[in-house]
Design a protein around this ligand. Structure first.
Ligand code: GAL
Length: 162
């Protein structure tokens, strides 16, 4: 997995789509996604989605909603939303910079906000190698996205966008 950059940022085609990148070999497990940014207002919501094949289903939908101070996580598989996992630990504030890290191991996505663990989400899409796309949508000003493969004693960055 070292060497060439395996992620391809895609052209952004929809106004609410802020960032999209493809990793054909699968983003999970062992990968960590770090998004730094800022929300635009008190009514903001944004989404970080990890999409899986076939047909751009959603393995992880991470959706902080500032209007209700809740983080909603879910999956969209087999053409429907599953049961929401709602978290009321809510470290986001309007117009304040934040960092979200989503790290995947074999069993869970682990989500850290500003380096504090906030939630974990058990994989519903069990075929982790089918999770090949990252999308970030809606009210977020992104300052950077990093996708890093974590190894036990070794970390190397493979993709950074300013
Ligand atoms: C719906 C919303 C979707 C998604 C879903 C998660 O109400 O329209 O965008 O957030 O909840 O369960």
């Amino acid at each position: 997995m070292s060497g060439a950059l395996p992620l391809c940022p895609l052209a952004v085609s929809s106004p609410c789509l802020q960032f999209e990148a493809l990793h054909p070999e699968g983003i999970c497990p062992g990968w960590s996604i770090v998004v730094k940014g800022e929300t635009s207002s008190r009514s903001s919501m944004f989404e970080i989605n990890l999409l899986c094949e076939p047909g751009d289903q959603i393995a992880l939908h991470f959706n902080p909603r500032l209007s209700s101070s809740r983080i909603v996580c879910n999956s969209f598989l087999n053409s429907h939303w599953g049961q929401e996992e709602v978290n009321s630990t809510f470290p986001f504030k309007a117009k304040e910079p934040f960092q979200v890290e989503i790290y995947s191991d074999q069993d869970y996505f682990h989500v850290f906000i500003n380096e504090n663990k906030v939630l974990q989400y058990q994989h519903r899409q069990k075929n982790l190698s089918s999770i090949t796309k990252l999308q970030i949508l809606d009210d977020i000003d992104i300052s950077s996205v990093e996708i890093t493969k974590r190894a036990s004693s070794l970390e190397h960055n493979i993709y950074v966008t300013p």
